[in-house]
Design a binder for this molecule. Structure first.
Ligand code: G4P
Length: 287
């Protein structure tokens, strides 16, 4: 998806999400399990009351499971419901639906106490581009029996997917812009492929990835390419990988541009292993 995030666009997006927040009982904030902090949008906190927020860590198949558990604990400590899923293959989606049923039950009990009419709880999904919103909706819709159709008067033409007897899902997600301010966040988003890097070239991005991989687990590069990371500079490592992968130019020089593309692709697709780029830490703010 190509979206230019200029201020007018942001205002329109916020307005749309704000409108939808009023229609739903729960909002799923979809984050990338490899970079939960970098893939979040701080504006969302202002829009969605804590009581309506559910965090879903997507692409957990690509993230380090131990680090994902730490993030789950982190959100639980904040009393935020949280589930890790793989929307591509579907694992965790059942847990998510169970969690929504439980939260929905609590909401319905509150309605009953206030003498309000019982109805299915309404849920929407919000997140930055490429985080997997459509994939998750399709996964959930695959389990759903039918679309409920628009409900004139109540939701003004919005389409709801009837997930179970007690859960309706808004079929269009809220698209949020990624954070732009912090350099580290921008690099994380570019490394995972959420945004195209405007600042760094492909090679510079690959060098950043090498630094991160060495910091996360120095054996990753050895396992992936048979190169020894920590003893060399990032550029030296890139050259070593080029040699191992046979990325050489006609004159015999290492084709560091081509190998940069390979390295990034190997990371993004999980071929290098399950790697998280962020751990929950005090210096990441409250996310
Ligand atoms: P969006 O609506 O938030 O913009 O994201 P979308 O669902 O289009 O997903 C963006 C990319 O992320 C897609 O890959 C999708 O397959 C992939 N993806 C989504 N969820 C997961 C997940 O849990 N695990 C993994 N490994 N990948 C996930 P793509 O390359 O753009 O498309 P495709 O070739 O996979 O269809």
């Amino acid at each position: 998806m190509k979206v230019q995030w200029f201020p007018g666009h942001m205002t329109k997006t916020l307005r749309q999400i704000k409108e939808n927040v009023h229609l739903v009982d729960l909002s799923i904030e979809l984050l990338d399990a490899r970079i939960p902090y970098s893939s979040s949008n701080p504006e969302l906190k202002r829009l969605i009351p804590a009581s309506k927020r559910v965090v879903v860590l997507n692409k957990c198949d690509l993230a380090n499971p131990l680090v994902t558990s730490q993030w789950i604990e982190h959100y639980k400590r904040q009393h935020t419901p949280v589930v890790a899923v793989d929307s591509k293959k579907g694992s965790g989606v059942r847990d998510l639906l169970e969690q929504l049923e439980v939260l929905g039950e609590n909401i319905r009990e509150r309605w009953q106490r206030r003498g309000r009419r019982n109805r299915p709880i309404r849920v929407m999904i919000v997140g930055i581009p490429n985080v997997g919103k459509s994939s998750l909706i399709n996964r959930i819709a695959g389990k759903a029996s039918a679309k409920t159709g628009g409900r004139p008067g109540v939701t003004r033409g919005k389409q709801w997917i009837k997930v179970t007897k007690r859960i309706d899902l808004l079929d269009t997600p809220g698209v949020l812009w990624p954070k732009f301010e912090e350099e580290r966040v921008g690099i994380n988003l570019a490394l995972t492929g959420a945004i195209r890097s405007e600042i760094l070239s492909l090679e510079e991005l690959a060098l950043k990835l090498i630094e991160r991989l060495i910091a996360a687990d120095s054996s990753l590069l050895e396992k992936g390419y048979g190169v020894l990371g920590p003893k060399d500079t990032p550029y030296g490592v890139l050259e070593q990988i080029a040699e191992k992968r046979g990325c050489l130019m006609k004159d015999g020089k290492k084709d560091t541009l081509r190998v940069s593309g390979i390295l990034l692709e190997d990371f993004r697709t999980g071929r290098l292993g399950r790697i998280s780029l962020e751990e929950p830490q005090a210096d990441l703010g409250e996310e």
